[in-house]
Design a protein around this ligand. Sequence first.
Ligand code: KG4
Ligand code: ZN
Length: 351
Amino acid sequence: MMSNDVTLLAIESSCDETAAAVVRNGREVLSDIISSQIDIHTLYGGVVPEIASRKHVEAVVPCVEQALREAGVTLSGLDGVAVTCGPGLVGALLVGVSFAKAFAYSAGLPLVGVHHIDGHISACYIEEPSLEPPFLCLVASGGHSHLVRVADYGVYEILGQTRDDAAGEAFDKVARALGLGYPGGPAVDRAAREGNDTAYAFPQAKISEGGYDFSFSGLKSAVLNELNRQRMAGEEPRVSDIAASFQRAVVEVLTEHLLAAAEETGIRTLAIAGGVASNSCLRERLETACAERGLTFIRPRPVLCTDNAAMIGAAGYYAYLRGVRSDLALNAEPNLSLGTRERRYHAGKQT
Ligand code: KG4
Ligand code: ZN
């Protein structure tokens, strides 16, 4: 009997995780394999692109084999291959893209190139099977911070974005300065639990004329200056207080922007995605704020927030349904933008 099910093999290799997953109908995760390179990059205090590419080459075949085995799916059970084609580190992306092209070609399967941020947002469909657009999503990762109106599947209107560092990047840089190591987000999150979040009044990451845009570089500099001042004064740096105060400043601006956008657009379903969405303080703050306002709040479990291939399978499914097919000319695009429908909102006006 013919089935209407669509089962995709999904591959993600844009940064420092090699990941493969088998996803049915965009929401049912049959397997989700992540091979992390964190241990090796930790030695260098951050991701070394050349090492990342080489590690992807080693890991991609075993990851895919394990994903198929755990899902109990053979080639004949697959309907297509979805792969992250950008944005990200070009050498890292190329490994996944090249593998996916070869795999799809030899198996006679259609290929679907997926935008990494489309993937992060689509993790919300896995977390909440009843979720449908429209909704608002705050996507905050190591490379991106976007406030997005999800108009339809794969159709994004960017309401605000970072002017400089991404939120995750700010966490990573502050963690490094505090001696907390890499990756910084989880380390700051942990250290902040022991600290006083009102110990320092760091500047908020707001832009006065920027609508929903963010800027984290001023906040980051203020933290580094305070740390230097303490060191110069011969004081023992108050690491957990600084971490907690910094984290509060980031969480405040992200929360305020998301809530203000909900108010302005009248959209009552809010979501968060990307690595920073696993931050415990951000999750709690939004959970409370949404409950108080009667808004629906979707927060993917942490393993769906950080890089994974299941989210690529979810985004790939909706692209597949829209008829998106990539050919063998599919390339890694390190600076791929999030769709062509980017418009900016400010005080209700579109410019
Ligand atoms: O989405 P992701 O895994 O990779 C990119 O697409 O960049 O995000 C990684 C980023 C890193 O900057 C990491 O420090 C941050 O997410 N992150 C966190 C937490 N867990 C990961 N930031 C704050 N709190 C966390 N618990
Ligand atoms: Zn990511």
